[in-house]
Design a protein around this ligand. Structure first.
Ligand code: ATP
Length: 306
């Protein structure tokens, strides 16, 4: 029995290790996933970023033939500016960010960065120029330092800690028993959605890309966490071209331009005050959002015993 037990137990261990490795690889592919037909043109040059102006010109796109998701989208994010995308679920907001990374090629139109069609440059140079802070960050089963350093593998310990400080996660990391050597992920310390997002922000601060794509969490965060994350995001997006899929009022209020996407088209565009005054889709979306935020704050006050 003992003879059987040891090998089976060992096999179980190996199985779990392999399964975990597969989960890691799957998670990585979920982030880096791209359709196989997206390839570099022979002899494609590297993208040359001067200011980092992003333009979508009459972009049309379908995942599957017969169902068009984006039906002629045009907008510009001038170098160093912030454009917020809002809109109902399924409108195509995340699709825009996937197309900017060229995970898929568009059906017609053009996406350019500083005038260069993103299909004409190498994918490697394109992805090196864009930093992504996703809604749901994938953490590797490794230390928190490793997870942050992933943004720039050559970064020193001091640089990793400085990035964490700017991302407002340094205090939390230091409060854990092993600090930066704390294991995180599936097998280690489980981080909350807000903590994971701040790790992603720290990663992006280290990567220091000229262009940023931020995908905010949909769920209402408590106001402390929201303020911490907003401060961290403000730091990381300062002076960088930023496209943000926005779910928080504080983000859109500060954006240079807001695009309201509905059914694959830009339904409304303008700044916060203009769109509110219009009393259309944007006003309806944000009144609903404000009610949800007020309710979350009231709940937090009750649980804090205020
Ligand atoms: P949410 O706010 O809920 O995240 P969204 O505006 O970001 O929504 P997208 O994720 O861009 O919406 O999706 C737009 C549409 O494209 C949806 O109808 C969705 O079902 C469809 N879609 C998204 N990804 C794929 C895919 N890989 N294959 C086929 N259809 C997809």
């Amino acid at each position: 029995m003992v003879q059987f037990y040891i090998p089976l137990n060992f096999l179980g261990f190996i199985y779990r290790e392999i399964k975990q490795a597969i989960v890691d690889i799957e998670a990585m592919f979920a982030v880096l996933a791209r359709a196989p037909e997206v390839t570099d043109r022979p002899g494609a040059p590297a993208l040359v970023v001067s200011g980092g102006t992003v333009r979508f010109e009459d972009v049309r796109f379908s995942y599957d033939a017969g169902r068009e998701i984006l039906k002629g989208i045009s907008f510009e994010v001038p170098a160093g500016r912030t454009v917020a995308i809002v809109g109902p679920s399924g409108a195509g907001k995340s699709t825009l960010s996937r197309l900017m990374f060229r995970f898929y090629d568009i059906t017609s139109g053009r996406i350019t960065i500083d005038g260069q069609d993103i299909r004409a440059v190498t994918q490697e140079s394109l992805r090196a120029a864009i930093g992504m802070v996703p809604q749901d960050t994938v953490l590797f089963n490794d230390t928190v330092a490793y997870n942050i350093r992933y943004g720039r593998p050559g970064a020193t310990e001091a640089e990793v800690e400085e990035a964490a400080r700017l991302a407002q996660i340094d205090g939390f990391i230091r409060s854990t028993p092993k600090g930066y050597r704390t294991e995180v992920g599936e097998r280690g310390l489980k981080l909350s959605g807000g903590e994971k997002q701040r790790v992603a922000i720290a990663r992006t601060i280290l990567k220091a890309p000229p262009i940023l794509v931020l995908d905010e969490a949909t769920s209402a965060l408590d106001s402390h966490t929201e303020k911490d994350i907003q401060d961290a995001l403000d730091r990381v997006s300062e002076g960088r071209t930023t496209l943000v899929i926005a779910h928080r009022l504080s983000t859109v209020v500060a954006a240079d331009e807001i695009l309201v996407l509905a059914d694959g088209r830009v339904a409304e565009r303008g700044c916060h005050a203009e769109l509110l005054a219009r009393g259309g889709l944007y006003a309806a979306l944000w009144n609903r959002q404000r009610e949800a935020e007020d309710a979350a704050d009231a709940l937090a006050r009750v649980s804090e015993g205020v």
